[in-house]
Design a binder for this molecule. Structure first.
Ligand SMILES: [Ca+2]
Ligand SMILES: [Ca+2]
Length: 100
C-alpha cells in the first residue's frame, strides 16, 4: 500500500517535467514558424489546387456538388463560387473565390 502511494507522486512529478519540456518545445517551434508573410499567398494557391485535385474524384478538372461535399466551405458556397452557373466548379472559379 505504501509503495503505491509513493509511486504515484513520483510519477506525477515526472509527468509535470515532461509536459513542461513539451510546452517549451511547442512554444519555440511556433515562434520560429510565425513570421512568413511573403510566402503566404503562394502557400494558399498551392493549398487550393491540392484540395481541388483531392476533391476531384473523377479527375475531370471540375467539382460537381457531390465532389464539393468533402470541402464544407466550398459546398456551402457552391452557387456563389460557380460564377458561370454551369453546375460545377473549376479550379479557376475556386481560386478566384478564395482570393476574394
Ligand atoms: Ca470532378
Ligand atoms: Ca462553373
Amino acid at each position: 500500500m505504501t509503495a503505491r502511494r509513493q509511486f504515484i507522486p513520483h510519477f506525477e512529478g515526472h509527468s509535470v517535467l515532461l509536459i513542461a519540456s513539451w510546452t517549451l518545445c511547442i512554444a519555440s517551434a511556433a515562434y520560429a514558424q510565425a513570421p512568413a508573410p511573403t510566402t503566404e499567398a503562394a502557400a494558399t494557391d498551392r493549398d487550393v489546387s491540392a484540395a481541388f485535385r483531392e476533391a476531384d474524384r473523377n479527375g475531370d478538372g471540375r467539382l460537381n456538388r457531390e465532389e464539393a461535399a468533402v470541402l464544407p466551405s466550398v459546398a456551402e458556397n457552391f452557387d456563389r463560387i460557380d460564377t458561370n452557373q454551369d453546375g460545377s466548379i473549376s479550379l479557376d472559379e475556386l481560386a478566384k473565390a478564395v482570393q476574394k
